[in-house]
Design a binder for this molecule. Structure first.
Ligand SMILES: [Fe+2]
Length: 284
C-alpha cells in the first residue's frame, strides 16, 4: 500500500486571520477547495512551497487534547529562517532542552513559531548530521545521548543571518505522542510507512521516525500523553492512496476498521488519532 502525506488538519479560532498568517508569513498559497475545504463551512487549505498542505478548521472550542501534537517544517537555511521570523516580530522560543544554537539528538536545529491561534509550528534546520536526510533502509543502531553541552557544535556557531527572506521550506514531520510506541509504529507500518531511524535518549526510545516511500515526510513518534507540552490543536492527519477500495481491503484484512466517507475513508489509531484517506488525485 503506497500512502502519501496529504495534509495536517489543525484548529484555528479565526479562518481569515490564520489564512493571512500562513500566506503572508509562511508564504503558503491559499488552495481552499482542496480536500473539500470551504471557508463558508469553516475550513481552508494552504499549500507550502513544496506542494504539501495544511488544513485549517474553525473551532470555537480551542485546546482539545490530541495525541497528534505538532507539525514541523524543514528548511536548508535555518539562520535565515530565524532572522526572517525575528524581523517580523515573531518569537522563536527555544525547544526545551535543545533550542536555538544547539543541535538536537537527531542532528537538527529547532525553533518553534506560533500561528495566530497558538498552534506551534516547529522549524528544523539541517546539518550534515541530520538523520532525516540519510537514506537508510534499515533501522539505525542505537544512538547514545550526547552530553548536554556538547550538543553545541563549535564548528557551526550560530551567527545570525542578515538575509531577510524566507528560505524554501518543506513540510517535514508530524509529531505524535503515543501511550505505546511499539503499537503506534506497528500501526503506521500497516498503513504504508516504514521506519527511517530510531533514537534513544538515556535508554528511552525517544524518537522513532517513520517515513513514506519516495516522499520527504515523516511521523515523529514519541512516548507521551495528549496535550503534553501544550500542543493541543492538531486534529487529524490527511493521507492519500492510489486505490481507495484496495486500501480498505488491505487494512480490513490487517484488522484495522475503516469508515467510508464522502472522499475516501477514515481510520483511528490506538491513541485516538484520526487518519483521513483520500484518493491520490486529491493531491493535485
Ligand atoms: Fe518535532
Amino acid at each position: 500500500m503506497k500512502t502519501k502525506y496529504a495534509y495536517l488538519a489543525l484548529e484555528v479560532n479565526d479562518i481569515e486571520e490564520n489564512v493571512k498568517w500562513y500566506t503572508d508569513i509562511l508564504q503558503c498559497k491559499d488552495v481552499t477547495g482542496r480536500f473539500g475545504t470551504d471557508k463558508a463551512k469553516g475550513s481552508a487549505c494552504v499549500e507550502l512551497n513544496d506542494g504539501k498542505c495544511l488544513v485549517l478548521r474553525y473551532s470555537p472550542k480551542m485546546g482539545v487534547k490530541s495525541h497528534a501534537f505538532h507539525g514541523c517544517i524543514g528548511c536548508d537555511d535555518f539562520l535565515r529562517a530565524d532572522n526572517y521570523f525575528v524581523k517580523r516580530g515573531i518569537k522563536t522560543p527555544y525547544q526545551p532542552g535543545v533550542g536555538w544554537g544547539k543541535q538536537g539528538p537527531c542532528g537538527c536545529y529547532s525553533i518553534f513559531v506560533s500561528d495566530p491561534s497558538g498552534n506551534r509550528i516547529e522549524v528544523h534546520g539541517y546539518t550534515e548530521k541530520s538523520l532525516q536526510l540519510k537514506k537508510r533502509e534499515e533501522i539505525l543502531p542505537l544512538i547514545p545521548m550526547i552530553e548536554d553541552d556538547t550538543w553545541v557544535d563549535p564548528k557551526n556557531p550560530c551567527t545570525p543571518s542578515s538575509e531577510d527572506t524566507m528560505p524554501p521550506m518543506r513540510f517535514e514531520h508530524i509529531g505524535l505522542f503515543t501511550e505505546n510506541v511499539d503499537k503506534c509504529v506497528t500501526f503506521l507500518r500497516k498503513i504504508g510507512f516504514r521506519i527511517h531511524f530510531e533514537l534513544y535518549v538515556k535508554d528511552v526510545r525517544t524518537y522513532t521516525y517513520i517515513k513514506c516511500n519516495n516522499d520527504f515526510f515523516f511521523f515523529e513518534v514519541s512516548p507521551g500523553r495528549p496535550g503534553m507540552n501544550g500542543y493541543a490543536n492538531y486534529r487529524h492527519v490527511g493521507l492519500a492512496v492510489d486505490d481507495v477500495d484496495a486500501a480498505i481491503s488491505e487494512l480490513e484484512e490487517q484488522g484495522i476498521k475503516t469508515t467510508k466517507t464522502e472522499y475516501g475513508f477514515d481510520i483511528v489509531d490506538q491513541d485516538g488519532v484520526t487518519y483521513e484517506f483520500h484518493p491520490m488525485d486529491a493531491l493535485d
